[in-house]
Design a protein around this ligand. Structure first.
Ligand code: CO8
Length: 373
């Protein structure tokens, strides 16, 4: 079978960043205000007082220290607590396409490709900012690429599932060189008034070039030697935002239209699922723990990643073996494992094997085994 490779990755990092301390300061202003405004109801037991957030809890429970966002000011305004963007006209490049283009250009540069080489664009992410026309087609026009494009949503596994779709398009002959783009603008979906989840997400965009090994001409090339996607339905990570929301106007502002999760349950259910996914894929390819040089894992929680890496390697991982980027970027949904890959390619030599693995809402998970060429 034809060998398909990842021959370049690109990263767009927003210019604005929010520290845990800034976020907690705003959250705690909101808590004080809420408790003050509801003091009588709280005293008489009709309303529960809100508890403050704590930046040291956040770092200890998740490994997150900061997150990048597209627009910081109103997230930290206690009277708003959500990003605010100026709506662009239909003639302007949309925000999600803009950051996708930036990541795509960086990936093309890394892979020594021009827009003329690209014949398929897949925008794969957790949310698209509109239903249609597809973000991929807008990006196709902005870059000046030919061919075709489409969007696909698989929450945290969108990037890996996108890479599999790209590889299959190449194998089947419907494309030669594919751009998979993950423009993750997640901050609009965060409930910044929810103590359990206000700290989790950040915005970013990543992109990858996928092509036949015979045409690859880049510094860092990873051959896809095996791929195993999986899904299993769960309500433990959910958002009910959607095009039918206006049909139930009484519920349009309910908190379930933002991100909600049962974090503990996710932890308990996803960890064994992902550890088993990776180890069985390694067994299928007759790879042992010593053969794996890097684990590029989904970036949701550093304890989770440490647990998975320990299960796979059979020992405590060294920091370069299972790189963590969520201290700086927080959870960036599907883009997280690509950011980890993008920033940690150094030191690999020909033949080295790595794991690229996503996991999250759906549930969805995917393990790609890669060989450094
Ligand atoms: N400050 C202080 N204390 C807090 C805070 C806070 N902010 N939040 C909770 N606590 C307290 C709780 O009240 C609790 O107190 P007590 O023990 O008295 O009840 C205590 O801390 C422990 O709370 P938890 O059990 O909730 O804390 P955990 O140790 O489980 O950590 C995490 C919470 C970090 C959320 C953790 O559960 C986790 O990371 N879980 C799994 C996360 C995960 O993988 N989620 C998948 C995310 S989905 C995804 O990646 C993409 C989805 C699509 C994109 C969505 C875009 C918006």
């Amino acid at each position: 079978m034809m060998a398909v490779v990842i021959s370049g990755t690109g990263l767009y990092t927003p210019t604005q960043s929010i520290s845990n301390e800034e976020l907690v300061d705003c959250f705690n202003q909101y808590v004080e205000k809420f408790n003050r405004n509801h003091s009588k109801d709280i005293e008489e037991g009709r309303v529960a007082a809100l508890a403050p957030s704590d930046s040291s809890f956040i770092e200890k429970a998740s490994g997150i220290k900061s997150r990048y966002v597209m627009a910081k000011e109103d997230i930290l305004n206690v009277d708003v607590m959500s990003p605010r963007y100026t709506e662009r006209s239909n003639d302007e490049l949309s925000m999600q396409a803009e950051i996708g283009v930036a990541a795509a250009k960086a990936a093309m540069l890394a892979a020594n490709k021009t827009p003329a080489d690209i014949d398929l664009i897949i925008v794969a992410c957790a949310y698209t900012q509109r239903s249609y026309p597809a973000m991929a087609i807008e990006i196709q026009q902005a870059l000046g690429c030919g061919g075709w494009g489409f969007d696909m949503l698989v929450a945290c596994s969108a990037a890996t599932f996108g890479i599999i779709n790209a590889a299959n398009a190449i194998r089947s002959g419907t494309a030669k060189t594919v751009l998979v783009i993950n423009p993750e603008i997640l901050s609009p979906q965060v409930n910044y008034r929810d103590r359990d989840s206000h700290f989790i997400f950040g915005d970013v965009a990543t992109a990858s070039i996928i092509e036949d090994e015979s045409t690859a001409n880049a510094e860092h090339v990873f051959k896809i030697i095996s791929e195993k996607p999986m899904t299993r339905f769960s309500n433990n990570i959910r958002s009910n935002i959607g095009y039918m929301n206006n049909c139930s106007p009484e519920h349009v502002n309910d908190v379930d239209k933002l991100f909600i999760q049962q974090g503990r349950k996710v932890f308990k259910e996803v960890l064994p699922m992902v550890s088993e996914l990776i180890t069985s894929e390694m067994a299928k390819m007759e790879l042992g723990a010593n053969d794996i040089k890097r684990l590029y894992l989904h970036q949701a929680n550093s304890t989770m990643n440490n647990f998975i890496a320990k299960k796979v390697l059979g020992r405590e991982p060294k920091s370069h073996e299972a790189p963590i980027i969520l201290d700086e970027y927080a959870n960036t949904s599907s883009a997280g494992c690509i950011v980890a890959l993008h920033k940690n390619k150094q030191g690999l030599v020909t033949g080295d094997k790595s794991v690229l693995c996503s996991f999250g809402a759906g549930y969805s998970a995917c393990c790609l085994l890669l060989e450094y060429v």
